[in-house]
Design a protein around this ligand. Structure first.
Ligand code: PFF
Length: 454
């Protein structure tokens, strides 16, 4: 049993703080780095429409469920299931979330570290005069070095820990309230710059004009996986944040607002990137290198390109930071509440273990390149296992718990703030958590494992 004093739990102070912290978790590399390249590889506008439908029909209900479980139980993901389902094995869903948190933090912080290298490169003029071939070599040789990727990982990890060290209200809430608006401003400026490039129209058209002939079963599943990753759902991050949300907060509207901000940032990232991609004649399906190889190439051909490059990688770093703190908080809340550690001991222990995992992940193309499991290096293994297995499985179990285990009156009571709010959407929500979301998630999961092929 935990000896943690739950009456002393930290919490978010304001409604704005809740939105900024949760949107900070959702908005990240997933929106700005992953979304554009996945959309680029999956048919542009048609993908966007499917993505939209999925966010509304599945993403929002799952997000509401996580916030609900967190706030009702006032616990970390493991403690939450232990409190709401005593003596039942549901807490294993929380454990799975903790494992996922370690793995995501390792590879995600490694990518976040790359953004620091790229900020540094823009400052020393490292891209200037390089052809796209040379930029590819530059990216590949950076990744396969033994020192720099690990160094940048460490810097980013320490920045993450420093914010979490400050606590929920004074660290996470305060910092995200500054970083999120800043991110928005930079992104809008970048969109304006991109839209005024000659030939920008083609990129806009690619993003917004659907070509339905490009849709396959796989497109739908890619969109579903992307939605999970982007909204930070399926591993208890929003259970943890939900547990810090005041009792008078409307969880339904919080989930809707956070999802809309996340969606908007993804679309704006598309607006900032595709006009440039088309204006400079690059293929939109260049894959995950789009951000780190293609964009520097584009930036240096633009007037004021280095300022643009600096802003872009700085934006990426901030977006990543407001996400990494949410993942670290999951581990810290678990250590301190379930294992009864002092919060600061928990942070030191979590950070220490992350150094081992994360440095290994960031050296996946360097010193650790021959450490492989199922033919995947450490980075790819963490990336694959979390996005394709742990998040969908976690999400499926979370909605199953909500839809089929927790009594309906409990979820209604929590969503309606003990009956003080009228919930016009409740039957829709109930349908989503009982049938729609579990079925849809089961499909992604089976596809991810290759058990079902479309
Ligand atoms: N949602 C984040 C992004 O889009 O970059 C990534 C992420 C954060 C995933 C937190 C999962 C998580 F728990």
């Amino acid at each position: 049993m935990s000896g943690f004093d739950f009456s002393k739990r930290d919490s978010f102070g304001s409604r704005m703080g809740v939105i900024m912290a949760a949107a900070g978790s959702a908005v990240g590399l997933g929106n700005i780095w992953r979304f554009p390249y996945i959309l680029g590889e999956n048919g542009g506008g048609a993908f966007l429409i499917i993505y939209l439908v999925i966010v509304f029909a599945i993403g929002i209900p799952v997000m509401m469920s996580e916030l609900l479980i967190g706030r009702r139980s006032q616990r970390n993901p493991v403690g939450a299931f232990r409190a709401l389902a005593p003596g039942k094995p549901w807490y294993l869903v929380g454990m799975m979330g903790i494992v996922a948190a370690f793995m995501i933090l390792a590879f995600y912080t490694a990518v976040a570290g790359w953004t620091l290298e790229y900020i540094y490169q823009t400052l020393i003029g490292g891209f200037v005069g390089k052809s796209s071939g040379e930029l590819t070599v530059m990216f590949d040789s950076f990744r396969s070095e033994s020192l720099r990727p690990a160094l940048w990982f460490s810097v980013f990890m320490l920045a993450t820990s420093a914010i979490v060290w400050g606590g929920v209200r004074k660290g996470i809430e305060k910092s995200t309230k500054i970083m999120m608006p800043l991110l928005f401003v930079i992104l809008i400026l970048m969109c304006i710059k991109a839209l005024t490039l000659p030939g920008a129209g083609k990129g806009v058209e690619f993003l917004f004009r659907p070509d339905f002939s490009k849709i396959t079963g796989n497109t739908v599943l890619m969109a579903l996986g992307q939605a999970f990753f982007s909204l930070s759902i399926g591993m208890g991050t929003l259970i943890t944040y939900g547990s810090y949300i005041p009792k008078d907060n409307k969880l339904g509207s919080t989930a809707v607002q956070v999802s809309m901000i996340d969606l908007l940032v993804a679309v704006l990232a598309g607006v900032a990137i595709f006009p440039a991609v088309f204006a400079f004649g690059i293929s939109p399906s260049s894959g995950e290198s789009l951000t780190f190889i293609v964009l520097p190439g584009i930036f240096q051909q633009m007037t004021g390109g280095m300022i643009f490059a600096f802003s872009f990688f700085f934006l990426l770093a901030i977006a990543a930071l407001t996400s990494t703190i949410s993942v670290l908080e999951v581990i810290v809340a678990y250590f301190s509440e379930q294992l009864n550690m002092k919060r600061r001991t928990a942070i030191i222990l979590a950070t220490g273990s992350m150094f081992i995992l994360g440095i290994s992940a960031s050296l996946s193309w360097g010193m650790m390149s021959n450490v492989k499991l199922f033919r995947l290096n450490i980075f790819d293994l963490f990336n694959f296992t979390t996005a394709n297995i742990l998040l969908p499985l976690g999400g499926l179990l979370i909605v199953a718990f909500l839809g089929w285990f927790l009594p309906g009156r409990d979820s209604k009571d929590e969503l309606s703030n003990a009956g003080t709010l009228r919930l016009r959407y409740y039957s829709l929500y109930r349908f989503a958590v009982r049938y729609l979301a579990p079925l849809a998630i089961a499909l992604v999961f089976l596809n991810g494992l290759g058990l079902l092929k479309f």
